[in-house]
Write a protein that binds this ligand. Structure first.
Ligand code: ATP
Ligand code: MG
Length: 339
């Protein structure tokens, strides 16, 4: 009888990154980091995560605040459940190939493509005094982050969809000229929580660099602060909990509640039938507190232990450098650079 040899299916490479541009928000958690943890626990994936510090200087940073944010963000991600034994979590600026590949890919990206990026338009309107070239070429650095690791899947919030599409276009273009060099990645956008909006201005997304702190729920907020922010959330005058056109504030609260509890919109509408916004806001606040409070407690432990953080990123950086070097060497050889 012939023996059938089963070759194990190749694990998919998962890559994603977050900027140390402020305290991690509920939006970052529900849109991206929660999936990082789920994917880490899935045997079909090899996950690799990064703190995208090079991206952060596209907006002017105060030196001491930036340095503090780096440690805080690193500790927060560990607190969310990333275990560097399972998924290396490296620091982008510690892997020089990111900067190298960004320059190369800049030469394969068109000005017109970058001009269409909505994040560039939004951020340049917000920082009109500092519309630097880095802000413009941010998506190219991001494409390099992904392509360096030959990533199959990239868990992101909905706001990064356009950048991911561009990364795919750049990879396809490069492969078209030089033959297969980069894996063309797929985005992984969650059904629930992909776009968490500001609690104070529910037509714009919750962002960790937002100056209006009441609009953002932060991973480090105390239970009381979280509840206060939900109680003050901007809503409308209907006083009836339902998902509807133009009800941006309530739609956002329903999306958050659904993402955290797993309830559908129909179930939420049913449960809050005859109840006012006050009850609903309290319920959303409680559900979010239940999710974030254990993370905050772990964060407070991790952030005190700089030696442990350094140990985690040093071994992750080494791992990332090894993988990234292979791709940058291959890419430069294809173009014609000599060793
Ligand atoms: P910044 O304002 O500095 O750009 P940010 O809050 O947008 O910060 P990023 O570090 O740019 O955070 O993004 C990290 C991840 O979080 C990305 O995958 C992004 O898609 C996701 N994300 C960011 N904001 C939201 C949001 N409001 N809802 C869902 N996902 C989000
Ligand atoms: Mg962002």
């Amino acid at each position: 009888m012939q023996e059938t040899v089963q070759t194990p299916a190749k694990k998919k490479v998962v890559l994603s990154a977050i900027q140390p541009s402020g305290t991690i928000t509920l939006g970052n958690y529900l849109g991206a980091v929660r999936n990082w943890v789920k994917m880490q626990e899935n045997e079909d994936y090899n996950c690799l995560y990064a703190l995208a510090d090079l991206h952060t200087i596209t907006v002017r940073q105060d030196t001491a605040t930036f340095r503090k944010n780096l440690y805080d963000a690193y500790a927060s991600i560990l607190a969310c459940g990333i275990d560097t034994e399972k998924s290396p979590f490296f620091i982008q600026s510690h892997v020089p190939a990111h900067s190298q590949l960004a320059w190369i890919l800049n030469c394969y990206t068109q000005y017109g493509e970058l001009s269409r990026m909505t994040q560039f338009k939004d951020k340049s309107a917000k920082h009109a005094d500092n519309i630097n070239a880095g802000l413009f070429t941010y998506p190219v650095l991001m494409a390099g982050d992904i392509l360096l690791y030959q990533a199959d899947l990239v868990p992101i919030g909905a706001d990064q969809k356009q950048h991911l599409e561009l990364a795919r276009d750049i990879a396809t273009r490069f492969n078209g000229i030089y033959g297969n060099t980069f894996k063309v990645p797929e985005g992984f956008i969650p059904k629930n929580g992909a776009r968490v909006m500001s609690l104070q201005n529910p037509t714009s997304k919750m962002s960790k660099s937002d100056e209006n702190v009441n609009g953002c729920v932060l991973l480090t907020d105390s239970d009381d602060v979280i509840m206060k922010k939900f109680k003050r959330a901007v809503t409308d005058n209907d006083a009836k909990v339902f998902y509807g056109e133009g009800k941006h504030g309530i739609n956002n609260l329903m999306s958050i509640y659904s993402a955290v509890t797993g309830l559908t919109f129909e179930q939420i509408e049913h449960d809050f039938d005859g109840k006012g916004y006050g009850d609903f806001k309290t319920a959303v606040g409680e559900a979010v507190i239940a999710e974030l409070s254990p993370i905050r407690k772990r964060y407070e432990e991790f952030v005190k232990d700089k030696a442990y953080l350094a140990e985690c990123y040093a071994k992750s950086d080494e791992f990332a450098n090894r993988l990234a070097q292979r791709t940058i060497d291959k890419c430069m050889k294809k173009i014609g650079f000599i060793k």
